[in-house]
Design a protein around this ligand. Structure first.
Ligand code: WT7
Length: 661
């Protein structure tokens, strides 16, 4: 543990403002206070009710929870369902085929598509048939590497329809990162596109797939390529297949089969404390139930009337749960946007809210802080009176950003839900329930009905109000991860060994005097940059793989916009030192190293800052003291150095950096 969870929080806990939901909001809210009572009275019975309310089961389940092999859970035992049928077919069968499922907005202005549930139904059937024609069947993994286009959702749903677990890899990851994810999952097919639009120009995706598959032996037999930008692509005959041609050639209808509730729905890689990303895998039944339930009670989605917009990328869990599986299982109408918030102008988000009459907006604190920086005159130009609820996810939201979100975006009328959860939890765990909870700026507040979360001390004892500790979940939940792909031991070790019988989330938290939970951020060596999880170890190993680097240490330093920023300290190999000393060479080397990290992991992992230093601070047992490096990166007085093996190291580093400036 490198950080004390209570560091720097005192000021926050004086936050006393509360905001009660308006009577108008309460009158239309999906959830009322009785939900908490029902869940508290009989938790498993409560989840059984939600499972039957939100999901259509082809075969009903018997036992709600089998926890006999804890921490390996089985939810809704014996139940059988098809996730794609739940997200698409049944809405058409219920007569809602004409309802828009996706208002898609491409980054180039005017490039839009509206897709109804009936059209989506047609697309997922053809896509499922096309995948089956390429040999994909139950249990075969499929990698998806796509921009934010409707085909990304179609591809995921088509896999779900076939019982083929998908593994979506965020488009900002490099060929190297893609390669390791493809091979770890043993993917048989990769679905990609020629490219996508980003910041006003087409950028390629297929080249990264080609490079990933050229690395060596591969499990991949076919690459299915969506045409998005029309740019030229290399083509491997026999392996590569155009998506549009495959769909055209495929049969129009596809009869979906039901799968066991515990059948793996997807794998999603996330950073841990070691250099190797973890393949988090989720099962079908419990995941779908909790996604739909939370989207209904927390985002307060009314499928008949709302226009919902989650701004996340489909490559992250937020996109899985709250673009694809939650809203679609409810049969909601949503906006999906391909590009960045400032293309072609800084009012793009608010223009979309105005044009599409968005009622529910779910975004990240880092985006909110960026909008704050750009100034309120930009959103003030648009009519955003359609908005009724705002959500936040991905990292702690500071009270100042929360208040700005409420006043400037929400017109002081929209409740804000600050939702805490993780790739591993699959769906929202801690959040206000709008219409019930009086919200408090900066706090995720309390577990939602059906979830039990606590803040405990080092010994696993619950802390008193006003104290800090570690965030744990003391009862299993339906959308919990079922494990780490191919590594059950790591699953037990990472999540269930720190505190007996409890799931340790890796976050520090504090309870305020009113019992609200304040999530403070990671207490392990995982950083949170713009709501994206990054491992210090992974970036360190990318740096060390560069021939000029002898040793590297990475820390997350506080950053006003991105929450944390990646700062790297690098010791060069002897032969590279002289080179860097020559005037100007140091900067070139820093640029070279930043690009090297982008190549190894992806542009999102590029350090904000790389500092070339003569030594790294280590304890006598050789562990790097990141706490001290963090002090340097955050321009603070360096803290206690008495446990360093060599206490002069810190002054050496500071001296060197001063000269470097
Ligand atoms: C980590 C999980 C949840 C989907 C997106 C990120 C941090 C997430 C909050 C919040 C404070 C938050 C935690 C968590 N986090 N939401 N509302 N308040 N911190 O998923 O990549 O799996 O990251 O994000 O540190 O452990 P993820």
């Amino acid at each position: 543990m490198s950080t004390t969870p209570t560091e720097g929080i005192e000021a926050l806990l004086h936050e006393q403002r509360t905001f009660a939901p308006s009577p108008d909001f309460v009158a239309q809210a999906n959830a009322g206070a009785e939900l908490f009572e029902q869940a508290a009275a009989d938790r498993e019975g409560f989840w059984a009710d939600q499972a039957r309310k939100y999901v259509q089961w082809e075969t009903d389940f018997g036992q709600v929870l089998d926890w006999s092999e804890a921490p390996f859970a089985k939810w809704f035992v014996g139940g059988r369902l098809n996730a794609c049928v739940n997200a698409v077919d049944r809405h058409v069968e219920a007569g809602h085929g004409d309802r828009v499922a996706i208002h898609w907005v491409g980054e180039p202005e005017g490039d839009t598509r509206d897709i109804t549930y009936a059209e989506l139904h047609g697309m997922v059937q053809r896509a499922a048939n096309a995948l089956a024609d390429l040999g994909v069947g139950e249990g075969d993994a499929v990698a998806i590497y796509l921009p934010m286009i409707p085909e990304a959702a179609v591809a995921m749903l088509a896999c779900a329809r076939l019982g083929a677990p998908h593994s979506v890899v965020f488009g900002g990851f490099s060929a190297e990162a893609l390669h390791s994810r493809i091979e770890d999952a043993g993917a048989k097919v990769v679905i990609t596109s020629d490219g996508g639009y980003r910041r006003g120009k087409p950028s390629g995706l297929k080249p990264a797939v080609d490079a990933a598959l050229a690395v060596g032996e591969t499990s991949v037999q076919h690459v299915l390529v969506v045409q998005r930008t029309g740019q030229d692509v290399e083509w491997t005959e026999g392996r590569d297949v155009w998506w549009h041609e495959a769909l055209e050639a495929a049969a129009e209808t596809h009869e979906a089969q039901a799968f066991d509730a515990e059948h793996p729905l997807f794998i999603l890689y996330t950073s841990g404390t070691t250099g190797k990303p973890k393949g988090i895998f989720h099962a079908t039944g419990g995941y779908l139930v909790q996604c739909a339930y939370t989207n209904h009670v927390v985002h307060d989605v009314h499928p008949e009337t709302d226009v919902y917009w989650c701004t996340a990328d489909i490559g992250w869990v937020t996109g899985h749960s709250y673009i694809v599986y939650g809203p679609m299982t409810l049969g909601a109408t949503q906006v999906m946007y391909e590009g960045t918030p400032d293309t072609p102008h800084q009012g793009r988000f608010w223009e979309i809210v105005q044009d599409k009459k968005v009622t529910i907006l779910y975004t990240a604190p880092t985006a909110i802080r960026t909008f704050m920086k750009w100034g309120r005159e930009i959103p003030d130009r648009y009519d955003m009176s359609s908005l009724k609820l705002l959500g936040s996810v991905g990292e702690p939201i500071n009270p100042e950003a929360w208040m700005w979100y409420r006043e400037v975006i929400g017109g002081e009328r929209c409740p804000i839900v600050d939702t805490w959860w993780q790739t591993e939890t699959g769906a929202i765990m801690i959040s206000p329930v709008p219409g019930v909870t009086e919200t408090r700026p900066g706090s995720a507040q309390h577990p939602i009905p059906g979830i039990v979360a606590k803040v405990v001390d080092d010994m696993g004892q619950e802390v008193a109000k006003g104290s800090g500790g570690y965030l744990v979940l003391t009862e299993p939940w339906p959308s919990m991860l079922r494990g780490i792909w191919g590594d059950p031991a790591r699953y037990k070790e990472t999540y269930w060994s720190r505190f007996e019988g409890m799931y340790f989330a890796g976050d520090g938290a504090k309870l305020d005097e009113d019992g609200n939970i304040w999530v403070l951020g990671r207490v392990d060596d995982v950083m949170n940059v713009s709501g994206h999880r990054m491992s210090t170890a992974e970036i360190e190993s990318a740096l060390v793989s560069h021939p000029k680097v002898a040793e590297a240490a990475v820390v997350g330093a506080a950053d006003e916009t991105t929450g944390q920023a990646i700062c790297a300290f690098v010791i060069l190999r002897q032969e590279a030192v002289g080179e860097a000393d020559e005037a100007g060479e140091g900067q070139d080397l820093v640029a070279e190293l930043r690009n090297h990290v982008a190549k190894e992991i992806g542009p999102i992992a590029k350090p904000r800052q790389i500092m070339i230093v003569p030594e790294l601070p280590k304890t006598r047992s050789g562990k790097i003291m990141r706490r001290l490096l963090k002090d340097v990166a955050e321009n603070r007085e360096v803290g206690d150095v008495t446990t360093l093996a060599d206490s002069s190291v810190m002054s050496l580093i500071s001296e060197g950096l001063k000269h470097g400036d």
